[in-house]
Design a protein around this ligand. Sequence first.
Ligand code: BG6
Length: 478
Amino acid sequence: MMTKQFPKGFLWGGATAANQFEGGYNEGGKGLNLADVLPGGKGRLKLLAQTGFDFEIDHSKYTYPNHEGIDFYHRYKEDIALFAEMGFKVFRLSIAWSRIFPNGDELEPNEAGLAFYDRVFDELHKHGIEPLVTIAHYETPLHLIKEYGGWRNRKLIEFFDRYVRAIFTRYKDKVKYWLTFNEINGATHMPLLGLGFSPEKEETRLQDSFQGLHHQFVASAKAVKLGHEIIPESQIGCMLIYAPVYSYDSNPENVMHAKREGDIFNFLCGDVQVRGEYPYFADRYFDENNVTLDIEEGDLEIIKEGTVDFISFSYYMSRTDKKIKTPEEIGEGNLIGGVKNPFLKASDWGWEIDPVGLRVSLNELYGRYQKPLMVVENGLGAYDKVEEDGSINDDYRIEYLREHIEQMGEAVEDGVDLLGYTSWGCIDLVSASSGEYSKRYGFIYVDKHDDGSGTLERKRKKSFFWYKDVISSNGKNL
Ligand code: BG6
């Protein structure tokens, strides 16, 4: 099958996050972070929110899959060689903040942590792969959560600044592409992951989340400015979780509701980070939801001066919105709300599959901002089966990715400036929402299971060979 032409130099690759694949959670002087106290299994986010952060690390009732991840910490050479075999141009990974500052509030960074990422970046460059680094991906140091209350506390801006300065200075010759906060706009839905706290009551969720977000906006803008100073050729992006919001029907009440939900979810954070100011609709929304932000003098100037160079986003699903919905209409797997869309099928985890929604997203984002875009997460979490001969025939994953890449090609043809595509979990890793190994996204299978068993051996899936061909043909062979 032939698709549209992708730009020359298009950055094909894959994406990961430190806490979901590195393992080595207590090696090299690393401190604990949020993910280290997340137990395995569905409902883990709720569980942690209920119990607070006083989980004992070796609590016998729970498993902690993020502790071992898939052991990239020790196997990075083998994994990077596999990425290179697929022809990756770029590899997205995050730096675990608590490897660099184990508690988060130290004055000096941890040399062993810095040295680890030196080795990883050197290995990537050896294979001609450009690193794309997320600075904060759901892994706030635990000490900052317990002692300071996470991003609710303004002091985190200062700690983050120290961390960012340390990594920009250290990796200035090795890393050109950076992202500040992963899925920043997901924070109001999942404050625990993004902001490192659980609002005490539903009534204060929005107030607390937006205050935490305001601190992240300032921290992110400072990072962009600093990055440009330390690494003049750097490209620093924001990272959104994007879901186009469709109206359930043509009832104007629903249409207006969907429009505003989309504005708040998709564009509020984007406008602050890309345009450098809160959007026109923010005041009314904050008033109606009892949100009063504590904005200090100088904050808005910092935000204005630290706008991003490009916009990156994750895309898994669209959201179908209805002003008044019954409980039966709610899509169960849809983490970001909405009702079931009768035109869409869903994954085994209930995530609705909507390739055209990716073209919609790309057009909406480019239409609003006219800045280069990058799709830095997209993929299908599925159960894989290893056949007796050792093969893994993941045709469902190939179909999912093919349809999404086709729609990206359409968006490029529409005129969207698209820099690259890194599919999520290019190697199987621990799921963020459920802590499962069995929710697999990879082109590379990892022999590791929910009960903790497995050899960690890597195997190429059918999609591995397919993606290799996609990359070598620059998206022509799908
Ligand atoms: C994104 C996150 O929300 O979705 C990743 O940035 C996450 O960390 C990915 O892994 C897929 O979600 P899940 O819950 O299937 O791992």
